[in-house]
Design a protein around this ligand. Structure first.
Ligand SMILES: *Cc1c(COP(=O)(O)O)cnc(C)c1O
Length: 225
């Protein structure tokens, strides 16, 4: 199979699985193209993909310059405050806002640029030390400071599950994100819908759909043999 066919196959698998599970909303597929050459992205675009996820700002900007302006770019990688000036206005959604300081930095830069930036709050829902993001409890505690920010639109939450074969551990990490969404939603209503749950990668996207994912971030299953 070529990349176009691989993309279309996974897209079909996602829509079939969502239907099987009775999911009443569309589940968005973001093709994670970090480390892939521009030509590979072009092939996937031929398959109908217009949502790409990148981990590094510089790499993403180079690809943006080389490809169609109609692509939606998602930032999914670790962020540093010194990269924010380059980031603002370049991504349809920033998934990886892993601290209050980053969120406030994005808000401030966005205000200066006269923009509203769409973001997801990244939460470490498994307690693994290597995982980025605040714990659910920390995001809850930070909420009063977040609610007043006017130049970020918080569209939902993001998590990365532990890399394990134990499905229960993965499922718990996803379920914890959904529970955080429910708790924040009560505080946020009616100002912020907090609609999206960005969770699920190549090896665990079915579990993510079962636990309420609205966005899947999939790289290897599209790009690697
Ligand atoms: C690389 C990456 C993915 C994609 O993972 P695959 O296993 O290749 O599907 C998803 N999310 C994040 C944050 C990533 O860094």
């Amino acid at each position: 199979m070529n990349l176009k066919e691989r993309y279309q196959k996974i897209e079909e698998e996602i829509s079939d699985y969502s239907a099987l599970r009775g999911v009443p909303y569309p589940v968005k597929l973001v093709a994670v193209s970090k480390g892939q050459a521009v030509d590979a992205l072009r092939e996937v675009m031929i398959g109908g993909c217009y949502e790409f996820g990148e981990s590094r700002v510089q790499e993403a900007l180079e690809k943006q310059a080389a490809l169609s302006p109609s692509i939606h770019w998602h930032m999914i990688g670790p962020l540093q405050t010194n990269k924010l000036p380059k980031l603002i206005g370049k991504f349809v959604l920033i998934h990886s806002v892993s601290s209050l300081e980053l969120l406030q930095g994005i808000d401030e830069r966005s205000k200066r640029a006269g923009l509203i930036t769409n973001v997801l709050l990244q939460s470490n829902t498994s307690g693994e030390e290597t995982k980025q993001g605040l714990s659910p409890e920390e995001w809850e505690k930070a909420w009063p400071a977040i609610a007043s920010l006017q130049s970020v639109k918080i569209e939902g939450l993001m998590t990365i599950a532990p890399l394990t074969d134990d499905h229960q551990i993965i499922r718990d990490a996803f379920a914890n994100l959904r529970k955080l969404q429910e708790r924040l939603q009560e505080k946020a209503y009616p100002h912020t819908p907090l609609y999206h749950l960005s969770m699920g990668m190549s090896h665990d996207w079915r579990i993510a759909i079962e636990e309420g994912a609205t966005i899947l971030r999939i790289g290897n299953q599209i790009f690697s043999e």
